[in-house]
Design a protein around this ligand. Structure first.
Ligand SMILES: NC(=O)c1ccc[n+]([C@@H]2O[C@H](COP(=O)([O-])OP(=O)(O)OC[C@H]3O[C@@H](n4cnc5c(N)ncnc54)[C@H](O)[C@@H]3O)[C@@H](O)[C@H]2O)c1
Length: 253
């Protein structure tokens, strides 16, 4: 019996990067079904096909803008039609703008908060409708090292949204442990994905990277996917409210 056999997952941001890789990882370990949610239909359909072909997991794409509450409600409505239930929720959708503090006006603040932080809360509210009655759930919130130590190139709104995710993770964990629902997170450092492709440190010279990152390199999506799968599996049944640092040692909690 594989670790994720009989398990069904929803992953926001699952059309790309870290979150897509984590669904592939779990698919290879028997995940029965997954819904990946994102804004770009073409990329989403392609990603769902790729996941299906690589792993055999029954995977669907649902077009979703997580900053829109009605899209989140629709996402879980589709899940209810496609799958018997939902066991795993990965909150992976996020935007990471780079801009000075004084450029972050009310509109920009709300845009980032609604996409990164409010969406996590609204997805969890929907997921609880499945998880509480079945007395089982695994929720993984993808935060960031920026949420612990402040961003370097990422904006203040990004860092604050990710800090909010770390704190909220503990609140959900306290409240829903009694329903056998584990709520955890990861705090990636610099991981090579589209999100940070324009950031200066992705092209920093190797000797500088080696000075800054104890493990001597930027991260890969594969550095995160196994950790996410661990938190989504029964191997982490006695862990809740925790956010695991996946940052090459840049920041040690
Ligand atoms: N790459 C890094 O260095 C790094 C570091 C720390 C944290 N993270 C976090 O990891 C998560 C995954 O990011 P990634 O690095 O894989 O980047 P990515 O750009 O590959 O993935 C982010 C996904 O979120 C989606 N998204 C953005 N806004 C959305 C919206 N309104 N509705 C629906 N989907 C939306 C994007 O389309 C994309 O699919 C993010 O939450 C990010 O903040 C990444």
């Amino acid at each position: 019996m594989q670790r994720f056999e009989g398990k069904y997952a929803i992953a926001t941001g699952g059309t790309d990067g870290i979150t897509k890789e984590s669904i592939i990882y779990m698919g290879r370990e028997g995940l029965s079904g997954a819904i990946i949610a994102g804004r770009n239909e073409k990329r989403g359909i392609k990603a769902a096909e790729e996941i299906k072909n690589l792993t055999g997991c029954e995977c669907y794409y649902v077009q979703t803008d997580v900053s829109k509450p009605e899209d989140i409600v629709n996402l879980f409505k589709v899940a209810k039609m496609k799958f018997p239930t939902i066991h795993i929720l990965i909150n992976g959708a996020g935007v990471c703008p780079s801009m000075p503090i004084e450029a972050v006006d009310a509109q920009e603040w709300d845009r980032v908060m609604n996409t990164n932080l409010r969406s996590m809360h609204l997805c969890i509210l929907e997921a609880l409708k499945f998880m509480k009655p079945q007395n089982y759930g695994k929720i993984i919130n993808i935060s960031s090292a920026a949420g612990r130590i402040g961003g370097t190139e990422s904006s203040i709104a990004y860092a604050a949204s990710k800090g909010g995710m770390i704190t909220a993770t503990k609140c959900y964990a306290k409240e829903y442990g009694v329903y056998n629902i584990n709520v955890n997170g990861i705090c990636p450092g610099a991981i090579r994905t589209n999100m940070i492709s324009n950031f200066n440190y992705t092209s920093a010279p190797e000797n500088l990277i080696k000075q800054i990152i104890p493990l001597g390199r930027l991260g890969k999506v594969e550095d995160c996917s196994g950790v996410i799968a661990f938190l989504a599996s029964n191997d982490s049944d006695y862990i809740t409210g925790c956010s695991i640092d996946v940052n090459g040692g840049v920041f040690m909690n």
